[in-house]
Design a protein around this ligand. Structure first.
Ligand code: PMP
Length: 404
């Protein structure tokens, strides 16, 4: 029904509680004023807060003053600053979800996968000893940080070379392959495909709430992050699964020089969170009141996408990507992707970011992703009340003025 602003509360037989919480939770946060600025520029995953609140103290991790003083977590490990408990929980979760092969891989922990992107660029380019910086590419629309991170310190080892589709230079190169892709949620493969290519697979969103899990990924370098998996972006924990021991060694060296390891407190918290998620997926271990984390968050995102698509269809001013129905090995169902971002297109010639800004909705312009200003990226993982206000406001946009 066009113009409807009912909250999305639906039953799902796979969830223990059977419902996704009401869109506004006045007990926890004051309601946003109707004319509030809605910031959907960042992919800040506060959507997951509602799940973690239901767990109360079950994930609380405590530290005494005498714990975790040493720089070292496991001196015998190649990644000497990786907490053994985190390593164990990362492996367990990949096994439970079936989204990546861990056997015969080296795990490197990083301060977010942002640090691991830099570590991977260093490791791959340093090993080559090239006289000129190695080109780094990614297909448009690409995650906006890649260009920023690559050129930020003007490294002599690598440099940003833009859209992988237009890459025509000789010599070695590094291609960042993001799958599902940020910003548009598309499942991706490398596009350059030359013998001298090195690949970094950024699989931050290859989790069941965002996309069907079609099989365990087994690429040379795979990056994951708790930020997008569990929503704990503030803990700043990411991990890389690396096939080649020499590449893994160099990534560890980068992190050693950069930050002398990764916070132990953050790693232990992340380990606990991953453990709880794995338990929530297990028929035998899961307490009855605990929802399977991935079913819960998939259900929430499905509801949000449904609502957004209804409004977009009603006002006829924007378009959204469509996703194929695929079998998900994890859920055992045919599902479509429900990405963390909506890659929204306005009509030709419209600066979509400016248009939304005029309605006090902050988004990220297509330009930042090497694409056109008629596109914007909108976060789908904000808090319920922000998302709800966003769709209500979107439903009030009925026309796009010329020159917007
Ligand atoms: N890769 C992709 C594709 C992302 O979207 C993000 C976060 N926006 C990151 C890496 C970095 O994540 P973090 O540093 O929080 O682990």
């Amino acid at each position: 029904m066009c113009g409807s602003d009912q909250a999305i509360v639906t039953k799902d037989s796979k969830l223990s509680s059977g419902v996704v919480p009401e869109a506004t939770d006045a007990n926890l946060r004051p309601n946003l004023p109707v004319d509030a600025i809605i910031n959907l520029d960042h992919g800040d995953p506060t959507m997951y807060e509602s799940y973690w609140r239901t767990l109360g103290n079950a994930c609380t991790v405590m530290f005494t003053g005498y714990q975790s003083l040493s720089y070292f977590a496991n001196p015998k490990n190649l990644c000497w600053f990786l907490e053994p408990k985190l390593e164990e929980e990362i492996k367990k979760l990949h096994d439970v979800v079936g989204n990546a092969t861990v056997e015969d891989y080296h795990i490197v922990v990083g301060t977010g996968s942002s640090q691991l992107i830099q570590a991977a660029l260093y490791a791959l380019s340093d090993a080559l000893n090239e006289p000129k910086p190695v080109n780094v590419v990614s297909a448009t629309p690409y995650y906006s940080s890649y260009s920023e991170v690559t050129d930020f310190v003007r490294s002599g080892l690598y440099k940003w070379a833009g859209d992988a589709h237009n890459f025509d230079k000789d010599g070695p190169y590094i291609e960042m392959v993001t799958s599902p892709n940020n910003p548009d949620g598309v499942i991706r493969e490398p596009v350059v495909n030359r013998a001298q290519g090195m690949l970094v697979h950024d699989l931050a969103y290859y989790w069941p709430q965002y996309t069907p899990i079609t099989g365990p990924a087994d690429h040379d370098i795979m990056l994951f992050t708790v930020s997008k998996c569990t929503g704990h972006a503030g803990s700043r924990i990411g991990w890389a699964l690396v096939k080649d021991i020499n590449v893994a060694r160099k990534m560890v060296k980068f992190i050693e020089i950069n930050t002398i390891g990764v916070s132990k407190e953050a790693q232990q918290r992340a380990a606990k969170i991953l453990e709880v998620i794995s338990d929530s997926c297990s028929q035998t271990v899961r307490p009855p009141e605990l929802d399977n984390f991935f079913y819960y968050s998939q259900h929430l995102l499905t509801g949000r996408w449904k609502k957004l698509r209804e409004i977009v269809k009603c006002n006829g001013l924007f378009t959204l990507p469509k996703f194929p129905l695929q079998y998900c090995n994890f859920t055992g169902d045919f599902t479509k992707a429900h990405p963390a971002f909506a890659w929204m297109k306005c009509k030709e010639g419209v600066d979509c970011e400016k248009l939304f800004r005029g309605h006090k909705i902050l988004t990220r312009s297509g330009k930042r992703f090497g694409s056109d200003p008629k596109y914007v990226r909108i976060s789908m993982v904000s808090r319920d009340e922000e998302f709800d206000l966003f769709v209500r406001r979107l439903s009030t946009i009925h026309e796009i003025a010329n020159g917007n």
